[in-house]
Design a protein around this ligand. Structure first.
Ligand SMILES: [Zn+2]
Ligand SMILES: [Zn+2]
Length: 341
């Protein structure tokens, strides 16, 4: 099968003909239709995340069709939250996210925090992902996808949507919500926030009037540069940009008891700041990975909003072009690789 392969970090992906994977116990063999490009893919390719599997097929926002089912399904039908695991048949549409496997047994898994599992494996990082014609995935971690979306439209929801949603839930019932870094995840989460009646304050790169205008058209009550203070203090802020100095900036924009949620997997160093900026029970937290429960909730909410995605498609063999444009901030929407013809 054709695959775009990372041989070593900081090098372009290589188009290669590699053996088609075989589904093991409890796994699905999936013919990949689309795979959206995530900022995490950039961090992996650029060597900013430690210890990827090498060589690696990246990609963890995968949409495809079940082609084959591994011989035996797992005997554990229940998810830790008591919901039944999804079942799939040949030909079913399936979504494969970042969280690819957990041990189900560590203190985190046993306390509803499988996103923090000590032994978790991640699609497109420690397991081969979706920049390929086929991939295999543990059926228990896959999702059925809302029918209203096409394979291209739904792909960005699998990570920007899911992990964005987890970041959003960490803001509790904040009424005035700031979002720093108005890219793919922000665009999706803003739609839920506005639908749920939050007042949205959008922070972009200073001077990026086009993105600010886009945020206002989406329904933000205010949009400005990340060097500006909002007209009112915020109850919460989510930072989607991987820029450490935004943390103290967001903290200064918070009302008492407010929370700053860092939604990315990688961020440049956070500069020091006076304790007074944290005082009065302000909180800084991060979001790591996702749980299957986040996915179940998100895919229930997304079609009701309904969340709309902005995408730009590239054929599989142009994955390097998609990554380069993403790195340069020159994409008009989430890059989605189209694979099955
Ligand atoms: Zn675990
Ligand atoms: Zn991702």
């Amino acid at each position: 099968m054709r695959a775009m392969v990372l041989n070593e970090p900081k090098r372009p992906l290589e188009l290669r003909d590699v053996p088609k994977p075989k589904p093991g116990r409890g796994q699905l063999l999936v013919r990949v239709s689309t795979c959206a490009v995530c900022r995490t893919d950039l961090h992996v390719v650029d060597g900013e995340l430690p210890d990827p599997k090498l060589p690696l097929i990246p990609g963890h926002q995968i949409v495809g069709q079940v082609e084959e089912i591994g011989e035996e399904m797992w005997e554990e039908p229940e998810r830790p939250d008591g919901r039944g695991a999804p079942t799939f048949g040949i030909g079913d549409r399936v979504g494969i996210p970042w969280l690819g496997w957990t041990d189900g047994d560590c203190t985190y898994c046993r306390s509803g925090r499988e996103n923090l599992c000590d032994n978790a494996r991640f699609t497109g990082f420690t397991i081969d992902g979706g920049y390929a014609e086929f991939t295999v995935a543990d059926a228990r971690y896959c999702f059925h996808l809302p029918e209203r979306y096409s394979d291209v439209e739904v792909a960005p929801l699998l990570c920007a949507g899911l992990i964005g949603y987890r970041s959003y839930r960490k803001t509790g019932d904040a009424r005035r919500l700031g979002i720093y870094g108005f890219g793919n995840a922000a665009h999706l989460i803003a739609q839920i926030a506005i639908c749920e009646g939050r007042e949205l304050f959008a922070f972009t790169r200073p001077g990026d009037k086009a993105t600010q205008q886009g945020a206002k058209e989406l329904g933000a009550v205010w949009a400005g540069g990340s060097d500006e203070m909002p007209p009112e203090k915020l109850d919460a802020a989510i930072i989607f940009a991987s820029v450490g100095p935004l943390v103290p900036a967001a903290l200064r924009a918070l009302a008492k008891g407010g929370v700053v949620v860092c939604g990315g997997i990688h961020m440049s160093d956070i500069p020091s700041f006076p304790y007074a900026d944290l005082w009065e029970e302000r909180v800084i937290t991060s979001v790591a990975n996702l749980t299957r429960r986040d996915g179940d909730e998100f895919f229930e909410i997304a079609p009701r909003v309904p969340i709309r995605t902005l995408t730009q498609t590239f054929p599989l063999e142009e994955a390097n072009i998609a990554l380069d444009r993403f790195r340069a901030g020159k994409l008009g929407g989430t890059a989605v690789l189209t694979i099955a013809k």
